[in-house]
Structure formats: C-alpha cells, structure tokens
Ligand binder design. Structure first.
Ligand SMILES: CC(C)(COP(=O)(O)OP(=O)(O)OC[C@H]1O[C@@H](n2cnc3c(N)ncnc32)[C@H](O)[C@@H]1OP(=O)(O)O)[C@@H](O)C(=O)NCCC(=O)NCCS
Length: 161
C-alpha cells in the first residue's frame, strides 16, 4: 500500500490543488449560497494560492498518494488574534485512512511553530469530528447565511497524532 505524504504546497501542486478545491466547493461545501461558492473559488485561484504559499502568515498543506493530491488544509496565523483553520478536505475516494487527521495535526503544529496559541475553526457539519480531536465548542453563529459552529483548539494541550 502506498503511503500518504503530507507537505506544504509547492508551485507545481497549485493547479491540481485549485482543481480539487473548486470541486470540493461545489460538491461538499455546496451548502453555501451559489454566489458565495463563486467568490470562494475566485479567492482560491492558482494566482491567489501562489501568493498564499509565499505569505509567512499562511499555511497550505497538501496530502498526496502516489503523487496525486487527495486532500488539503488551509490555515493562517495572523499577527494578532487566534490562528484559523479555514479549509480541511479529503477526496471522498480516500477518506477514512487518517489523512484528515494527519492534515489537521500537521496544520496545528505549523500554526504552533508560527507562535499561535489558539486555533479557531468554523464548521457546518463536522463539530463532532473536531471535538473528537480536542477542539472545544465556543458558539453557534451564521456565516454567509449558513449555520456554523465555532470551535477552538488550545495549543497548550497535546496536539492529536
Ligand atoms: C472531514 C474530513 C477531512 C475527514 O477526512 P478523513 O481522511 O476521512 O479523516 P480521518 O480518516 O482522519 O478520520 C475519519 C474519521 O472521522 C469520522 N468523521 C467523518 N466525518 C465526520 C463528522 N462529520 N462528524 C464526526 N466524525 C466524522 C469518520 O467516521 C472516521 O471515524 P473513525 O476513525 O472512528 O472511523 C473529510 O470527511 C472531508 O473532507 N469532509 C468534507 C469536507 C469537510 O466537511 N471538512 C471539514 C469542514 S470544517
């Protein structure tokens, strides 16, 4: 069985990453209104992703299997306030093999190394997934017209492996 490799996105990975990202928005993240989906895809063009890879406050990780990109995590650690995990996604054909968890734990470690103390996420339907990894529920809110749960992970606690 070939291994799943998690690594920061490189310039060469940006085209397949952008394709998988856009596919995920219109399939899994289709609970967002159409105009939001369009804007989110535009905000993650190859050019914008390229800028993010050279931004010292941003982290883009990709998961590869036999060279194919099968998942990603996109986060940021701004100078002030909590760090954010914006997107976590694994191709449905490759789920259930710990890829999501590996992306998540690598992202938490990256954000920790960048000086973050708390990582915040907003999720529509994966509250339990994050709670199982030690995230604590903060509040319910509405983002872009969609019900979301906000959860925080304190980096002083053990990062899941
Ligand atoms: C969430 C996601 C990244 C997990 O990827 P994955 O590679 O399958 O994750 P893992 O293999 O590490 O973990 C799988 C475990 O999570 C559980 N899980 C998956 N979705 C879940 C959910 N919504 N709530 C609770 N647990 C969930 C699975 O049942 C499985 O449990 P098990 O290990 O006890 O069998 C993937 O399901 C995905 O891309 N979902 C769509 C995008 C999404 O919603 N992302 C999060 C948005 S904030």
């Amino acid at each position: 069985m070939s291994q799943i490799v998690i690594a920061p996105a490189t310039v060469l990975s940006l085209f397949p990453l952008q394709r998988l990202f856009a596919e995920a928005v219109v399939t899994h993240f289709s609970y967002f209104p159409a105009e939001v989906q369009k804007r989110v895809i535009k905000d993650h063009s190859v050019y914008k992703l390229m800028l993010a890879t050279v931004d010292q406050h941003r982290v883009i990780l990709v998961a590869r299997k036999r060279g194919k990109i099968i998942g990603y995590a996109i986060g940021a650690a701004p100078r002030t306030g909590p760090a954010q995990l914006f997107w976590l996604y694994v191709d449905p054909d490759f789920r259930g093999a710990n890829t999501g968890l590996s992306l998540l734990s690598r992202m938490l470690r990256h954000l920790q190394a960048m000086g973050a103390r708390v990582v915040s996420i907003a999720t529509h339907d994966h509250r339990l997934y994050y709670e199982r990894q030690g995230f604590k529920h903060v509040k319910k809110t509405i983002v872009n017209g969609v019900k979301m749960d906000i959860l925080n992970f304190r980096l002083s606690q053990a990062v899941p492996v």
